[in-house]
Design a protein. Structure first.
Length: 260
């Protein structure tokens, strides 16, 4: 389910994402000279235990200046670069809605390998086995290299847990025919988390100067990673036109989370 006044093309192909990473990444909406009431502001908001469904979307539609409200799926992982590792989260989002800029290679052919768009500060907390943090020089070497390969694995959990599976669709009508994010599981059914210890390849397609923190990927590719796994969606990418409208909307979501 999504609310957007823009046209979408789902799913984005991996090749399309990689090619997009080769240019100055999307126009910056907060450019100088645009009045605050005409600018688009955005952030990833949390709605806590509230279910991402038509009831929530109906309330979101009341937001003044709403441009889009699309789900964000968080994927907790351990990321590895050579001898360095870190626990982090892949944020699977609608990349056509995410405001970002940066640069990357002209073209990357990665097949089914996850394509990551990484904030320039997102890898700075990686450490080696002795707790030594990766240096700026080592990170610069990584970004200047022709191949920006990394590895990830789903965060291992000592005890299985049960989470409600939530599918994504464009509307209530489409939800009836949408594929559950947990294969073979009906919407709302509880399923058990499975441990994951196998390292898998992933690739940095772009280094983002904005947002400078966070690791992002295409929503549909994130769904494929999570296929057959437990899913709980409690965040969304909120885009609102007008600074005052945005601040009110942001505050309302903060209040919603506090009340839960």
């Amino acid at each position: 389910m999504s609310i957007s006044k823009r046209k979408h093309f789902w799913p984005l192909t991996v090749t399309g994402i990689a090619m997009a990473a080769g240019v100055l990444y999307l126009a910056v909406y907060l450019a100088a000279g645009i009045p605050e009431e005409q600018r688009e502001y955005q952030e990833i908001v949390s709605f806590g235990k509230t279910v991402y469904d038509q009831k929530l979307l109906k309330e979101v539609q009341k937001i003044e200046g709403l441009v889009s409200f699309t789900p964000v799926q968080e994927i907790p992982v351990e990321l590895r670069l050579g001898e360095y590792t870190m626990n982090t989260v892949f944020q699977a989002a609608d990349l056509e809605e995410l405001h970002m800029k940066g640069n990357g290679p002209d073209k990357i052919q990665v097949g089914n390998t996850p394509v990551l768009l990484i904030g320039k500060n997102a890898l700075s907390s990686m450490t080696d086995g002795n707790g030594r943090r990766i240096s700026k020089k080592e990170l610069q070497k990584f970004w200047e290299g022709s191949e920006k390969h990394l590895q990830y694995r789903m965060t291992d959990q000592s005890e299985p847990s049960v989470i409600r599976s939530i599918p994504r669709g464009e509307s209530a009508e489409k939800d009836k025919n949408s594929t559950d994010m947990a294969a073979g599981t009906s919407s709302g059914q509880n399923i058990t988390v499975q441990k994951e210890t196998e390292w898998r390849d992933c690739c940095a397609a772009a280094r983002l100067t904005s947002p400078s923190d966070g690791i992002y990927m295409d929503y549909e590719q994130g769904r494929r990673i999570l296929e057959g796994r437990p899913v709980s969606c409690n965040k969304a990418l909120l885009t609102v036109q007008g600074k005052e409208n945005f601040e009110k909307a942001s505050a309302s979501f903060a209040d919603l989370e506090k009340k839960q």
